[in-house]
Write a protein that binds this ligand. Structure first.
Ligand SMILES: O=C(O)C(=O)Cc1ccccc1
Length: 269
């Protein structure tokens, strides 16, 4: 079976290798150019690993949107990685343009600003490093992992260039099903829904259902519904409990036009 992720040297590849330590069965890592390509491959079978949230920058909105779009793909597991970015290239003094994944550019925003460099976003940090390596252009620099610099034989010009020390990213394992060798104690549930009515207390009715069952929410987020300006869908993550999930969803349905369970899954550390 295949497990799809971003190219060699990306943080997502690192997360994939960590997931594979917990997964039962033989999987070959297959590299995709973008998060969208990973979802598309996984919709035809196999597993995938994508970033979903960063401690500094917040959600990876593309992943959020695709989880809603690809109805046959579920979240099967989660883990977090410490992220340390490197400036990669030839000569720091000659750099004019910095290339990287939007999340990496955002996590090093102050560092880039201090140097007055222009930025260019690409689909992954490894792709950025590849572009710099293949162009042999000293005016270009990339932000990426130590492994990507080694893989493309480029120099690390600066280490730990992230603006905040506690830079962590959550990655999710996606697919239809999986068997794990060992399971952690902690489970989470992710749901997405649209409120039925735009009126006072609409969201309160949802939150009340969780409060009354003593369920801890770990994330709540809104995204544009993409139907009209000012209309939203909500993403909620909550700790799994002894409460019956079906019964919880039934109670929420009274207040929503649609509700999907994106997954009930183990959280690895
Ligand atoms: O491009 C990568 O290396 C990724 O895996 C996406 C990403 C970018 C920045 C921080 C975490 C994940």
């Amino acid at each position: 079976m295949n497990i799809y992720t971003l190219p060699k040297g990306t943080y997502s590849e690192k997360a994939t290798k960590k997931f594979l330590e917990y997964i039962d069965g033989d999987y070959n890592i297959k590299y995709c150019n973008s998060i969208y390509d990973i979802f598309e491959s996984v919709s035809n079978g196999g597993l995938g690993v994508v970033p979903i949230e960063n401690s500094i920058e917040g959600s990876v909105s593309l992943t959020q949107d695709l989880l809603l779009q690809f109805k046959n793909i579920k979240i099967l597991g989660e883990l977090s990685l410490d992220i340390h970015h490197n400036l990669i290239g030839y000569d720091k003094d000659k750099i004019k343009i910095i290339i990287s994944h939007p999340q990496a550019l955002a996590q090093c925003r102050n560092y880039i600003k201090r140097h007055g460099w222009e930025v260019k976003a690409v689909e992954s940090t490894a792709k950025a490093v590849k572009i710099v390596a293949e162009s042999k252009d000293e005016n270009l620099g990339a932000i990426g992992s130590k492994e990507s610099a080694e893989y493309y034989n480029l120099k690390i010009l600066d280490k730990n260039i992230e603006d905040y020390k506690n830079n962590k990213t959550r990655f999710i394992l996606i697919g239809k099903n999986v068997k794990f060798k060992t399971l952690p104690k902690k489970y989470k549930v992710s749901i997405v829904f649209e409120l039925k009515e735009d009126k006072p207390g609409a969201l309160y009715h949802i939150l009340k259902e969780f409060a009354e069952r003593n369920i801890n929410l770990t994330r709540i987020e809104s995204r544009p519904s993409k139907k009209r300006l000012g209309t939203y869908i909500f993403y909620i993550d909550f700790e799994d409990s002894k409460e019956d999930l079906e019964e919880i969803i039934k109670s929420l349905k009274k207040h929503t036009t649609f509700i999907n369970i994106l997954g009930r899954y183990p959280v690895f550390d």
